[in-house]
Design a protein around this ligand. Sequence first.
Ligand code: DX5
Ligand code: ZN
Length: 230
Amino acid sequence: MTSNHHLAEFRGASPLVLPSLLMCDFGNLEHEIRRLEAAGVQGFHLDVMDGHFVPNLSFGLPVVEVIRRLTDLPLDVHLMISNPEQYVSRYISAGANLLSFHAEVVEDAGALLEEIRTAGVGAGLAINPPTPVEAIETALPACDFVLVMSVMPGFGGQSFDQVALEKLRDIRSKTGDQFLLEVDGGVNESTIAACVEAGADLLVVGSAITSQSDYQASVEKLTRLAHAAV
Ligand code: DX5
Ligand code: ZN
């Protein structure tokens, strides 16, 4: 299943906290990246929003390209956009190492997952809280990972929806130990252990890191809590 060495790296590092830059200080983007690197993170989660699939706009290709130039760490790009098939190749060229799009907006997820994989990039399928696991079941063999949303995407700082836990357990039971599972939204010191217990490998954390003054202390504490829950 490993089309890309970052997938194996992430699997080996599981459970791993991945910071989302969504609510960082974009006026000092390079400094924010350096602070997170110094805090020991092993990759970045980048939230691309189109103001259509989700009720918010964040950033797109130019910013992903800038971040690619600023860091050698793997970039996990989460496309919250309506027509991912029109953009996937451009985000691959921009430097994504893992790339996910939403099951809610595509008819044939398999073909798009295959396109991503063929490019040597980890291919992920994301599902919103109301979307059942059944909706992606046939596509699972084509996925390098699944991103289970624990909030309705669009904004950082929302509270964790427990429905994600059942879905993580369900996907884990359908895919086995080696499959990579990511959870995103409302992951913080109070919710991270339950995510790991439910089978999550990649724990996306936005505000619980970037709203804190000491990134290293936050990353270390979250990482400790995640490891204690294995
Ligand atoms: C939600 C995004 C998430 C979000 C995480 O729309 O996909 O990655 O920024 O932020 P927190 O951790 O604050 O929920
Ligand atoms: Zn995200």
